[in-house]
Design a protein around this ligand. Structure first.
Ligand SMILES: [Fe+2]
Ligand SMILES: [Fe+2]
Length: 473
């Protein structure tokens, strides 16, 4: 197995694609469909060249190459992390056995389903973000948006490769369907609800890359543990690209908070909307929304499907190998969020295998908290008493234990009437959305930035902020 990508091929890859003519032909016939999907459903802003990074190998050091390229000529390819020939299954009923290089017949349907669900989210996010280019706050941000978009396109390639290479005719059909479903479509929507909502403005984009891409990171983390080695290796490399998406979200919100704080200090008021900023209260509401819909993506607190996936070795836990237990969990318990008998928001103990979604969500929540701490440090350093806060796990939930009740961001249960009366104080309401959208005026001049966000501390790949990241027609 080589680590360097072969760029002489039509489809760049490090999986020796030329050795399997049938597979190569199948993927080469999928490629034009992908490109026409990109042209029709990808970024709508016309551009000439964008300063993008492309993967050149999968090694720890120097895997990326940077350069100006027309986006449609981006070399989407197939890159798997290096194979560990001694890799053994780390958990479940097959713990200790060699990792699988082929799909075992008994798990074929389940594995295919997991890959399709993951694969569906990748092009979905490109579709959700397609109109954002028109209102980018700077060329630097525009470039980051496009980098995220091309990489989500590559993640689609990663899943399509697995479907074509390991799942026969069914896999090829599913690969076709991944381009037919579209975010928000009436007839053929994307599989998961959160991926059918448009990302209408840049505050939503930063929240999406912080909270929803981070859900993706945790899902990939569980698939990286999979006994099915090609899936594991694919996800391992995708996680490297995903780190940049998290960075875009984290620093994007940093910069919004920073600018808001500047305006608050300058005008000695919290009401920065009239001064062209986004008030902290609105930032909090957008956070409340994106965090709560992202929690829903983890599924119900208890799940027999996920217990079965774990036992079968299809998907593990976050950092499976660092866990100090027997990795089979047949006799362990776990506390999960629940509505108690007297109707309060509380916890209940269930079999550990059943509570694996809750286990993953717990890891995710503590990761989300790190961002909130960062943003609060910006407030603290500016001497502001206000703080941002993750809402309660029971707030605004449509999936799982709390889907049938209403709760405040502080986790107090309220009646449906109370919820309806107050939800506009907790989630972005029409006034908030109108204000945020009014700020979304494009700033496409080199070195300039919109007034609602602070410039980044550093540019990309050692370039300054005022670099020509995107060439517009
Ligand atoms: Fe992705
Ligand atoms: Fe991502």
């Amino acid at each position: 197995m080589t680590t360097s990508a072969d760029y002489t091929e039509k489809i760049p890859n490090n999986v020796s694609l030329h050795e399997d003519r049938r597979l190569q032909r199948a993927l080469e016939s999928w490629q034009p469909n992908f490109l026409s999907w990109w042209e029709s459903m990808g970024p709508t802003l016309p551009t000439q060249e964008v300063y993008l990074r492309t993967a050149v190998n999968v090694g720890r050091e120097g895997w990326a190459h940077f350069g100006h390229v027309p986006m449609r000529d981006y070399r989407w390819g197939i890159f798997l992390a290096e194979r560990d020939r001694d890799r053994r299954i780390a958990f479940g009923a097959h713990k200790g056995e060699p990792a699988w290089q082929k799909v075992p017949g008994e798990y074929r349907a389940d594995l295919q389903r997991l890959i399709v669900i993951q694969g569906d989210t990748e092009p979905a996010s490109v579709e959700q973000q397609r109109n954002l280019g028109a209102t980018a706050p700077s060329l630097y941000d525009l470039r980051n948006l496009f980098q995220v978009n091309v990489e989500e396109g590559r993640h689609l390639w990663a899943m399509v490769y697995l479907l074509h290479a390991y799942f026969g005719r069914d896999g090829r059909e599913e690969a076709g369907e991944l381009l037919h479903r579209n975010s928000g479509s009436e007839d053929a929507p994307r599989i998961l609800g959160a991926f059918n909502e448009e990302t209408p403005d840049w505050l939503s984009f930063f929240m999406f890359t912080y909270f929803t891409d981070r859900d993706g990171k945790y899902q990939l983390g569980t698939l990286k543990e999979s006994a099915f080695d090609p899936l594991s290796r694919t996800c391992e490399f995708m996680l490297k690209e995903e780190a940049h998406h998290m960075f875009v979200g984290t620093t994007g919100i940093d910069r919004v908070v920073e600018r808001t704080v500047q305006l608050m200090a300058e005008h000695d008021t919290d009401e920065v909307a009239v001064h062209g900023g986004i008030p902290l209260e609105m930032i909090q509401k957008y956070m409340n929304f994106h965090y709560s819909v992202s929690l829903d993506l983890f599924g119900g607190e208890t799940s027999t499907n996920v217990a079965n996936y774990f036992t079968a070795g299809l998907k593990g836990r976050w950092s499976e190998e660092r866990r100090k237990d027997d990795h089979q969990l047949t006799s362990d318990g776990i506390w999960v969020d629940s509505v108690t008998e007297d109707g309060e928001i509380g916890q209940a103990e269930v079999a550990a295998l059943l509570g694996l979604n809750a286990d993953l969500r717990r890891e995710y929540i503590s990761d989300c908290q790190n961002g909130v701490n960062r943003w609060n440090r910006i407030l603290e350093e500016a001497g502001m008493p206000q703080r941002l806060k993750l809402p309660s796990v029971a707030f605004n939930r449509k999936v799982g234990a709390f889907s049938g009740i209403e709760a405040t961001p502080d986790g107090k249960r309220v009646s449906v009437e109370e919820w309806q009366r107050q939800q506009g104080d907790w989630l972005p309401n029409a006034v908030d959305k109108t204000h945020v959208r009014s700020l979304m005026q494009p700033v496409h001049q080199q070195g300039k930035i919109a007034a609602w966000i602070a410039p980044p501390r550093q540019g990309i790949n050692g370039k300054p902020f005022d670099y020509d990241y995107v060439h517009l027609p």
